[in-house]
Design a protein around this ligand. Structure first.
Ligand code: APR
Ligand code: PHB
Length: 393
């Protein structure tokens, strides 16, 4: 097989890149180790920045999002028994976020690819990258036991944190930066109306909690848990009791509970690989970086990488601009590190790191300071709605 861009991974990064390239007439093939159903069964975050929604519309997959998604103009921070609203629109110069699940974004992208007939191979095995540092890279894999090879101009490594792309780069050509947090998030999805029409991020002496949603009758809640915790140890009742205990009383009293339809524990990590390219291989999204979910930046960072790579490749094929190829990583990393900082900071002020009461008071003071100052509110709002994309020129 021969194509212009071989895309490894059919998560949101790979599918969105493939779609944008396809609309520009740039050939691409996507290969993915899992099945479409498995990819769609993963429940992930659901807050989209305006840059992300704009890119999805540009990819002509924004219709259902615009119909079914919910625009949020603010969110709440709860601490010291009170709730402070951050007015995103007011403090970010009119910007808002869209609440629409990553699973739905992925489904819309998959449907568009299926309809266009652009080639995808799911449930492949033994994906191997070859000659990424030459001018004739290729990717080999097995499908139903039969060997295939894709000769290409470029490889987009969109295969997530555990993928093969980053690991194919020689160790002396990549630097890894990492922070692993000493706790996880226990998440529950339930067919109940959300406790509040906006998200609530709660700092509490018992640990962090988050009230989020997917729709008017689908709620997503999280509580900080220990890394040793097992999902089986958390009955629905225990989960709801713990969530209520971490919310201000008037919010807890409004909580509508019901059976969980999904329950899982996720660890929290900050991670960046530099540079995000090696020869003709580009790393995109979770393959290159991870953020803790506290700032809702994971999918949005993947989208901004896709934006950058899409424009680099568009100008390469449309205008013969070879000079931009080497700039991909540096353009992406400037924005990524700022989002890493914000996600780390949100994590550090909202979670319980120790039993030390001094740390708890300092967090409460930091939250009180940031929410009472115009500068503080502006800082939170402009980061939460997403920092601007750097033009590719
Ligand atoms: N070959 C092909 N595909 C692979 C391989 C491989 N060797 N290894 C992993 N994959 C697939 C995974 O099965 C997955 O479907 O690559 C895909 C990567 O998707 P994601 O992990 O969702 O990563 P990405 O597309 O970058 O999405 C951005 O940011 O914070 C997150 O939750 C957010 O998942 C979202 C991500
Ligand atoms: C979610 O709805 O799953 C969600 C929302 C916001 C976050 C993290 C997760 O910061």
């Amino acid at each position: 097989m021969k194509t212009q861009v071989a895309i490894i991974g059919a998560g949101p990064s790979g599918l969105l890149l493939g779609r944008l390239l396809e609309l520009q007439g740039i050939d691409n093939i996507i290969i993915e180790t899992k099945s479409p159903d498995y990819v769609l069964s993963r429940i992930r975050a659901g807050v989209l920045e305006q840059g992300t929604t704009k890119l999805l519309r540009e990819a002509q997959v924004g219709d259902r999002m615009d119909r079914e998604g919910h625009v949020h103009e603010g969110f709440a921070l709860s601490f010291s028994g009170r709730v402070e609203r951050i007015d995103l629109k007011r403090y970010s110069g009119g910007k808002t976020v869209m609440v629409y699940g990553q699973t739905e974004v992925t489904k819309d992208l998959m449907d568009a690819r299926l309809a266009s007939g652009a080639p995808s191979y799911y449930e492949v095995e033994q994906v191997t990258l070859h000659d990424a540092d030459s001018d004739h890279p290729s990717v080999s894999f097995l499908k139903d036991g039969a060997p295939h090879i894709i000769a290409c101009d470029y490889i987009a490594g969109c295969d997530g944190f555990h993928g093969v792309s980053r690991k194919s780069i020689p160790a002396d050509r990549i630097a890894l930066f990492e922070r692993v947090y000493p706790f996880g998030w226990l998440g529950v999805l339930s067919r109940t109306p959300p406790v509040s029409h906006e998200l609530i991020y709660a700092n509490h002496a018992r640990g962090f909690a988050l009230c989020s949603m997917r729709s008017d009758n689908l709620s997503r809640y999280y509580v900080q848990c220990s890394l040793d915790d097992k999902v089986e140890a958390w009955s629905d009742e225990r989960f709801w009791d713990e969530l209520r205990a971490r919310l201000p009383e008037e919010t807890a009293n409004l909580l509508v509970t019901g059976p969980s339809i999904e329950k899982s524990i996720a660890p929290l990590r900050s991670f960046v690989a530099e540079p995000m390219q090696y020869g003709r291989l580009f790393l995109v999204g979770d393959a290159a970086h991870i953020v803790p979910p506290t700032g809702a930046k994971g999918l949005n960072l993947a989208a901004s990488d896709v934006y950058t790579l899409y424009h680099v490749l568009r100008k390469r094929y449309r205008e013969g601009r070879l000079d931009l190829i080497d700039k991909y990583s540096e353009i992406c990393l400037r924005r990524i590190w700022k989002a890493e900082r914000f996600s780390w900071w949100m994590t550090s002020i909202l979670h319980k790191f120790s039993d030390d009461p001094f740390s708890q008071r300092i967090q409460e003071a930091e939250l009180a300071y940031f929410t009472s100052s115009e500068a503080g509110r502006t800082s939170i709002a402009e980061n939460y709605v997403g920092l601007p994309y750097e033009p590719v020129e």
